[in-house]
Unconditional design. Structure first.
Lengths: 298, 296
């Protein structure tokens, strides 16, 4: 009866797990509370918005959903989005490889500054990213009379959208490849050169196989952003329906016209793209984690 | 330059530099030249006009609040993901990156619908929302409990909505900077603290949190910097009322649509300068952390 009031350590009596807390972990109720908070927070901020996109898209039935994609303006938007991504992603891919090759394989002064400059588009507001091209090529710019005289349309036309997209997706491939190639060093390439390979052979047969997963990772993120960019493209596009509207701009127009079913239908395509991107990204990190650059930071 | 047998330096460096200049440097320099052409009194007038000041205040203020929220909850999410085993842990981990992958316009219309007075979450805090209607319908409850109503709290189309959108886009920055540091945290330090008589809370507060501080600050700065410039996810949920829920990027777009390029350039210039300062601060934090803790 009275023993219960005095805590006496008895080595013969097994200690129940729940009244014995290891000094390097938290009590069970703390754990459960924290896990609960994490789930509720993620649900409210991230998961529910994603689910809502699909629920709203199918709210008026599958027929309405699929009918949204036969609308000529939405078809034009999907086509334009694909064209813009097909131009801007390869250009940034080539740049990323060149930048990574020169930064990782060679020593030169001002390298850290160059890396900072490459990261610059990430710290600029998307609106400002689009606006710099409006200032450069727009109707009030110094270049405009020349462009006008030669019938070159950039702002409120496809070239401006492509430029703005290239700007905002500029760092993705480079910042993935630079640390990766720096980690790998020059040993493999030097061995290949000493065996008589020329520069192109070294790149195609040695470097590219070494960096392929990192490259894919960078391209994946670059593409997701290229297809989904809104702010920068919005500023240069002029919102000419069927001509200069990409999918995100089409979503905005449909939403502002209270055509919610169609807006969420187009949005569901981009949400699926995001899910596929995440899935491939998770698989890449899981299977080829050590062939990707260091820790994942954005 | 060190002797180097690897070929292609001239080609790759030259191409990278030309491409960088054409796409990024020249346009940004152009922006500053444009802002510099604006007479000083006009710059001051634009920068100190109430609408600009309010837009900058709303932008930086809501970004600050959102970044603080992200630090608190991002820390919990990162902690839970690293330290505990529970069902759907991998799924939760993968979902953290969704704001990186989901286009901002999609996030914007989804958040706006979700937090609108008729939405799933907005409807929990609205006088005519689904939750209050549901409570009122439960007439089996004793003591007239079904007369109780949730407090009315408008989220979408108010400054609160801006914060929600900014929390969405900033969360992965905090989680993904804190997570790797937490994963590599030496268990010996915690054990040492415990053997010296610290209780769990003391260990967390005095041993673990200080070690996480550089990562937390970096995550905070990244989330804040991203939030300040954010446009797509905010415009749908904000309501965009001048002086109340109008963020600086929206004001820039409005100025551009009014062909007031000088006004747009001045506000953009102010935002760019602050963004550069943020970048500098991030780099300083990381340099300081490297000196203090080795590699971070």
């Amino acid at each position: 009866m009275f023993e219960q009031d005095v805590a006496v350590y008895d080595s013969r009596r097994p200690v129940a797990p729940h009244d014995h807390t290891r000094p390097t972990t938290e009590r069970d109720w703390v754990k459960r509370t924290l896990i609960g908070i994490a789930f509720v927070f993620m649900l409210a901020v991230i998961v529910l918005p994603l689910i809502l996109v699909f629920v709203e898209a199918f709210r008026k039935g599958a027929d309405t959903y699929f009918a949204s994609f036969t609308d000529p303006q939405s078809i034009a938007a999907i086509r334009l989005t694909l064209i813009v991504a097909a131009i801007s992603v390869p250009l940034n891919l080539v740049f990323g490889i060149c930048a990574a090759w020169s930064i990782a394989k060679f020593e030169f002064p001002g390298k850290a500054f160059l890396i900072t400059l490459i990261d610059l588009p990430f710290s600029v507001s998307p609106v400002v990213s689009g606006m710099v091209y409006v200032l450069l090529f727009g109707a009030q710019s110094a270049l405009y009379p020349f462009l006008k005289a030669n019938n070159i349309e950039i702002i409120f036309a496809v070239p401006g959208i492509v430029l703005a997209t290239i700007f905002v997706t500029f760092p993705f491939v480079a910042r993935e490849l630079v640390p990766l190639m720096q980690d790998q060093g020059n040993g493999d390439e030097e061995a290949a050169l000493s065996l008589g390979a020329n520069g192109w052979q070294v790149f195609w047969r040695v470097t590219l196989p070494n960096i392929k997963w990192g490259l894919l990772y960078g391209v994946l993120l670059c593409n997701a952003r290229a297809m989904g960019e809104f702010g920068a493209v919005s500023v240069v596009s002029g919102h000419i329906r069927g001509k200069t509207t990409t999918m995100p701009l089409d979503i905005e127009i449909l939403y502002n016209e209270y055509n919610f079913a169609a807006a969420f239908a187009v949005a569901s395509l981009l949400a699926m793209l995001a899910l596929v991107t995440l899935l491939v990204k998770t698989i890449l990190e899981f299977r080829y984690g050590d062939e990707l650059a260091g820790t994942r930071k954005h | 330059m060190k002797p180097n047998v690897i070929p292609g330096y001239g080609l790759t460096f030259g191409y990278a530099l030309v491409y960088l200049s054409l796409i990024v440097l020249i346009p940004i320099i152009g922006l500053f030249l444009k802002a510099a052409q604006v007479p000083l009194e006009d710059i001051v007038r634009i920068a100190t006009s109430p609408r600009t000041v309010n837009a900058l205040r709303i932008s930086f203020g809501s970004s600050l609040i959102a970044a603080v929220v992200n630090v608190v909850f991002g820390l919990i999410v990162a902690w839970v993901l690293v330290r505990y085993k529970f069902p759907f842990r991998r799924l939760l981990d993968a979902v953290v990156d969704l704001p990186f992958a989901l286009p901002t316009a999609v996030a914007g219309i989804a958040l706006s619908t979700l937090y609108a007075p008729k939405g799933w979450i907005g409807g929990m805090f609205s006088a005519n929302g689904w939750l209050n209607k549901w409570i009122a319908a439960q007439d089996w409850l004793p003591f007239g409990l079904n007369a109780l109503q949730m407090p009315s709290w408008k989220i979408a189309y108010t400054p609160t909505g801006i914060v929600i959108a900014l929390v969405f886009i900033g969360l992965p920055f905090v989680v993904r900077t804190v997570q790797p540091v937490l994963e590599e945290f030496e268990a010996e330090l915690e054990e040492a603290a415990a053997t010296l008589g610290a209780n769990r809370w003391q260990t967390i507060r005095r041993v673990i949190l200080p070690r996480l501080m550089p990562a937390i600050l970096t995550g905070f700065a990244l989330a804040f910097a991203r939030a300040v410039g954010e446009y797509g996810s905010v415009i749908f949920i904000a309501g965009n009322l001048p002086n109340i829920s109008e963020i600086a990027p929206v004001l820039i777009v409005i100025k551009l649509e009014e062909f007031d390029q000088a006004g747009a350039a001045v506000i953009a210039g102010i935002m760019l300068v602050i963004a550069f300062a943020m970048l500098l601060v991030i780099n300083l934090i990381q340099a300081w952390a490297r000196r203090r803790f080795g590699d971070v």
